[in-house]
Design a protein around this ligand. Structure first.
Ligand SMILES: Nc1nc2c(ncn2[C@@H]2O[C@H](COP(=O)(O)OP(=O)(O)OP(=O)(O)O)[C@@H](O)[C@H]2O)c(=O)[nH]1
Ligand SMILES: [Mg+2]
Length: 453
């Protein structure tokens, strides 16, 4: 009743069958290396192996052999590995050719394989096949891409946890709770003669509350996971000469931006990536905000404002030796008092604001701690899994559906509407692991992977 084919079709989210042809790509990065690998997946893998090397190697044993071209001349020699379906990464017959890692020799090998009937793989196509053959769910496939793209150790550790299914397991557990409740509610609606009066039944409300609690905790963990995977952007803003570029240089440890005592020094938006306890942070230094008749500076101010709109967090620097702090910062804005080395009596400064000297470096550690707090990084070390903003949106949508469901149950006593919301919640959660994902979403996700993955 809950998750059958008709249900899927009514949602318009049927996975189309994919072409069962044989694909090939280099699996190692472009460039020169000791070893280069070409990966082949599909029904022709065995035949290609035979034509290339005269044999089909024993499954999962490394076999040293010669790879020959169509005239029988040797292209290279190396190892062949054969993984017959279904025990392979993609679930299809997979052949791995390990040759020497030169760009030309690998090209020759790949061309030979294509000449034998394989097709060049599209980006992410191996992972896509693994997904379609139920070797991985969508969140795991994304974790592969995230592992490869990780820019910090913490991000890599998070990605491997997601790849091993930690995140998916939490989502699936939640999903089965939702499905269970949905079955109960729909049964009560479909068979009123059974007289399950769930509206006045406190247990439905209790179960809803429990699911909401679990969802909130997964959402919290995923927010951190997404931060590890995707990082955050922080824009430095404030009046001219507040010390934005000085702070930029202090944080990056380099002379990234020009610092002078002339107000209006910075015009372009200058970006630099740095790590804060394993979180990739993109810091953007911008022009000081003021009215300016100078065309170049005015354009700089415009760009600075636009950067603020996009940022996860805005650090608003104030020259505490001259100005007082603005009274009502935005929700993503942190007021930072700078130049405290020039302030005679720092006890007169507002106590709750971070205070630093971008010149001496004083207070910068406290500022970093504040940033972590603002970004929502818990102090507990390690253990997190990676996630993406796509997962966050789905979790939030599921969360909203549950909240609406709770509302219609307790406010309007409307069982059918609750059932609808539970169904929506289930759909959103299923999008994470890919059970109910529309084809175009799948296409979009896998095409962002690199070729050979
Ligand atoms: N004493 C002191 N001087 C500072 C501090 N931070 C910055 N300055 C000085 O203030 C002046 C302006 O610094 P910048 O970092 O260029 O300021 P900015 O906010 O980037 O200025 P614009 O790019 O013009 O908007 C320079 O002379 C810096 O050396 C500080 O904490 N203490
Ligand atoms: Mg500047």
């Amino acid at each position: 009743m809950v998750c059958d084919q008709a249900d899927r079709e009514s949602l318009g989210l049927v996975l189309s069958a994919y072409e069962k042809d044989t694909i090939a790509a280099r699996a190692t990065a472009l460039g020169k290396g000791g070893i280069g690998i070409i990966r082949i997946s599909g029904p022709d893998a065995g035949r290609i192996s035979k034509a290339l090397s005269g044999r089909i190697p024993e499954p999962r044993y490394a076999t040293y052999t010669r790879f020959s071209d169509d005239r029988g001349d040797t292209i290279d020699e190396g190892l062949l590995l054969y993984f017959p379906a279904p025990d392979s990464f993609t679930g299809e017959d997979v052949l791995e050719i390990q040759g020497h890692g030169g760009p030309v020799v690998l090209d020759m090998l790949l061309n030979r394989v294509v000449g034998l009937g394989a097709r060049h793989a599209r980006p992410g196509e191996f992972s896509q096949r693994a997904f379609l053959n139920d070797k991985l769910d969508l969140a795991q496939a994304e974790a592969i891409a995230d592992l490869i793209e990780s820019s910090t150790e913490a991000a890599a550790r998070g990605a491997i946890r997601s790849l091993q299914g930690e995140f998916s397991a939490l989502v699936n557990q939640l999903l089965s709770q939702v499905i269970e409740l949905r079955v109960y509610v729909e049964a009560a609606i479909d068979f009123p003669e059974e007289e399950i009066d769930f509206i006045s039944d406190e247990s439905v409300k209790g179960r809803l509350e429990e699911i909401q609690g679990t969802l909130a905790s997964i959402l919290e963990q995923s927010r951190e996971g997404a931060l590890l995977t995707e990082g955050a952007s922080i824009v430095l803003t404030g009046k001219p000469n507040a010390g934005k570029s000085s702070l930029m240089n202090l944080l990056t440890g380099r002379q990234t931006s020009i610092v002078t005592d002339i107000p209006g020094t910075t015009r372009d938006v200058i970006g630099e990536v740095l790590q804060l306890d394993g979180i990739p942070l993109r810091i953007l230094d911008t022009a000081g905000i003021r009215e300016s008749a100078d065309q170049i500076e005015a354009e700089g101010v415009k760009r600075a404002m636009a950067a603020q709109e996009e940022a996860d967090l805005v650090l608003h620097l104030v020259d505490a030796s001259r100005d007082s702090a603005p009274a009502d910062p935005g929700s993503r804005e942190v007021i930072v008092l700078n130049k405290i080395d020039l302030v005679d009596d720092i006890s007169r400064l507002p106590a709750d604001l971070p205070r630093i000297s971008a010149r001496t470096g004083e207070g910068v550690d406290q500022l970093k701690a504040k940033l972590k707090q603002m970004l929502g990084v818990a102090e507990t070390e390690g253990g997190g899994f990676s996630a993406r903003s796509r997962h966050l949106s789905a979790l939030r949508a599921a969360h909203d559906a549950l909240a609406d469901g709770y509302h219609v149950l307790t406010g309007q006593q409307a069982g059918e509407l609750l059932a609808e919301e539970l169904r929506a919640c289930q759909k959103h959660l299923s999008e994470i692991t890919g059970e109910f994902s529309a084809d175009d979403l799948l296409g979009e996700i896998f095409s962002s992977f690199c070729i050979g993955k």
